[in-house]
Design a protein around this ligand. Sequence first.
Ligand SMILES: [Zn+2]
Length: 119
Amino acid sequence: MSTKTAARAAELTVDRANEVERILGLRREFEEVVAASEANVGDDEHDPEGSTIAYERTQIGALIEQAERHLTEIDAALQRIADGGYGRCEVCGEAIPEERLQARPTARTCIAHAGAILR
Ligand SMILES: [Zn+2]
């Protein structure tokens, strides 16, 4: 493993820990909002508080999803580092430019093929 790849792996490991932490925090927040909305049952349906809570639930839910997706990408990148395939485009096999990996360490393709495996 090159020094650069080792540094990237260390970076991704830190990112991963942060992401796990973030997901835990968001889940806790989500539970609090759910608990608050349950405590609200029986109140006036048109209570503006109720719609705020529903909105918050949706927002937090979306953030959790996003963080989980990022976590999956980080894990996949770490796996590619372990396999030795990291930094190569999955479509054409060319090396992914360093600047791209810097901006997006979980990138699986070169810029030309970035759209090829978009979700
Ligand atoms: Zn490519």
